[in-house]
Design a protein around this ligand. Structure first.
Ligand SMILES: NC(=O)c1ccc[n+]([C@@H]2O[C@H](COP(=O)([O-])OP(=O)(O)OC[C@H]3O[C@@H](n4cnc5c(N)ncnc54)[C@H](OP(=O)(O)O)[C@@H]3O)[C@@H](O)[C@H]2O)c1
Length: 488
């Protein structure tokens, strides 16, 4: 692994577009070629009006983002038709049990109490993106073909340590099958693919365009046949893409570019998705993704040393900002023949560094002081030797010492063991903590500018409105409550 990371400092990043211009663009629509045309004759279309009577098909609906897509659509677009959700069999549960499990979380409490009937608009469709034709029943497929206006394809494996072969099977082959289904839909207005801003993390500046693939499909499959998951060979093969997950997602973008047919296609690329910032439940999260796990390990005194530099930007974006932007993008549609790409991110408009974010998270946690291992502000080093040495000094030695004290008290030692996973996680995400990508979001900001004040309130997704000082405590409390199930 190369540790020659490039650090881009963002302290002087400006918004790039001026806000007075944004305001003058209300009532405009996005025409897909990086320009917004204002049309005085065209009445403003409210986002909820667009969805009235229309049905949406969501894959990955049981996931972190998927549940928020469903909750937000039902809460904000009351007259929406049906939301069809692709759900696979898992853990011996029936389709109905999985649906029940999906909505039986605090995220849906408000909706259930305020609009109890809307939950019935969710229609589960049994299927699996790894199976031929998605393994959807013929009658269900016909229902989707006849009724769906919007597809949001979010299903994926997001596990950075999944095998290359699984990432390709679920993410790439799965996307091909969802595209094939989308092409059959009679009333399809938008096909939205949820990608990741890091599909192009081999670049320092990431624009809202589909970049040429780093590797061809056949090259990937022949690599997998020969090398499987050989770490050293993979590192070279990935050509700067951080992992097999990001490469599989990048191939999906290229597949869409070449095979979308006449489908109006939109790609939304979230950066590092963090807990909810706004409605209905600030702090909501149910996924231990990169930054969430790292900050939590820092606050628990398990991680004190990280690869990188204090100025590297951590491109956080709250989950509801991603889903709201997607809902708005699908409603505004793609008026062009090209693919429309929206980066849902904060690095280019309101950046925060890993250091600042983890310090703010830790600061909030210290108000509660519950952990056995004393936490401290995280230290960043670029050199692998220094990281390893400081990890030994600041993490291993105190853990061994605390374990000895436990042994003396007749208790089972545990602290050294507890260090293992946090170190693995820290190393897996080192590419992100060592390099700042400047992820542009001009398209997204222009899209937001088409909203009137009421829709801006209903569908907040402008990263410039995030106060990190206020948000990071919400982030901390959300992790405690929903992931660690702590009562604090
Ligand atoms: N979370 C992030 O930080 C982040 C950042 C950038 C981009 N994204 C993108 O956002 C999307 C959603 O991510 P997430 O965080 O919500 O992931 P997640 O919580 O892990 O959810 C993944 C979803 O995909 C479904 N799925 C996986 N394999 C499937 C299969 N074989 N057939 C049908 N469904 C399958 C899962 O269903 P089960 O419940 O059955 O497992 C689940 O609903 C992904 O496309 C991801 O690449 C996420």
């Amino acid at each position: 692994m190369s540790f020659n990371a490039t650090i881009v400092k963002f302290s002087n990043v400006k918004y790039g577009l001026n806000s007075a211009r944004f305001l003058s663009l209300n009532n405009g629509y996005y025409n897909g070629s990086n320009t917004i045309k204002t049309d005085a004759a065209k009445p403003y279309e409210r986002i909820s009006d667009f969805y009235a009577g229309k049905s949406v098909f969501i894959t990955g609906g049981t996931g972190f983002l998927g549940k928020v897509f469903i909750e937000r659509l039902l809460s904000t677009c009351t007259d929406i038709g049906s939301i069809y959700v692709l759900i696979r069999g898992k853990g011996g549960m029936s389709l109905e049990q999985r649906l029940q499990q999906m909505t039986d979380v605090p995220l849906f409490d408000k909706l259930k109490s305020l609009k109890p009937k809307t939950i019935k608009k969710i229609i589960p469709i049994e299927g699996d993106v790894t199976k031929p034709d998605l393994a959807i029943r013929t009658s269900d497929e016909q229902k989707l073909i006849d009724n769906v206006s919007i597809v949001i394809h979010s299903a994926a494996t997001v596990n950075f340590s999944d095998t290359f072969s699984d990432a390709m099977k679920i993410n790439y082959e799965g996307t091909k099958k969802v595209v094939a289904l989308g092409k059959k839909m009679k009333n399809l207005e938008s096909f939205v693919y949820i990608s990741t801003a890091f599909t192009n993390a081999d670049k320092l500046t990431i624009d809202e365009v589909v970049y040429p693939r780093l590797r061809k499909e056949e090259e990937v499959y022949s690599f997998i046949d020969i090398y499987g998951d050989d770490a050293e060979a993979k590192e070279k093969f990935l050509c700067g893409s951080p992992n097999s997950y990001t490469m599989s997602k990048s191939l999906c973008e290229n597949y869409l570019q070449e095979n979308r047919g006449s489908m109006k296609t939109i790609i939304v690329r979230p950066a590092i998705v963090s807990p909810m910032i706004g409605e209905p439940l600030p702090g909501w999260c149910d996924s231990w993704v990169a930054a969430t796990a790292l900050f939590s390990d820092v606050a628990r005194g398990l991680t004190k040393v990280v690869y990188g530099h204090r100025n590297v930007v951590c491109d956080l974006i709250p989950v509801d900002y991603v889903t709201n932007l997607t809902i708005v993008a699908a409603a505004r549609g793609n008026q062009s023949d090209d693919i429309l790409v929206f980066n849902s991110c904060s690095s280019s408009s309101n950046p925060i560094t890993w250091k600042r974010a983890s310090d703010l998270f830790l600061e909030e946690s210290l108000k509660y002081r519950k952990y056995e291992m004393k936490p401290r502000k995280v230290q960043f080093y670029m050199s692998p030797f220094v990281v390893k040495f400081m990890t030994f000094a600041l993490q291993t030695v105190p853990a061994v010492f605390t374990d000895v004290l436990l042994r003396l008290k007749g208790e089972t030692p545990k602290h050294l063991k507890m260090q293992k996973l946090p170190v693995v996680l820290r190393d897996i995400i080192s590419k992100f903590t060592m390099t700042s990508s400047y992820i542009k979001s001009d398209n997204s900001l222009k899209l937001i500018a088409t909203l009137d004040e009421k829709d801006k309130v209903l569908f907040p997704c402008d990263p410039r409105t995030i106060s990190w000082l206020k948000y990071m405590p919400v982030f901390y409390r959300g992790v405690q409550k929903h992931l660690l199930k702590s009562k604090q």
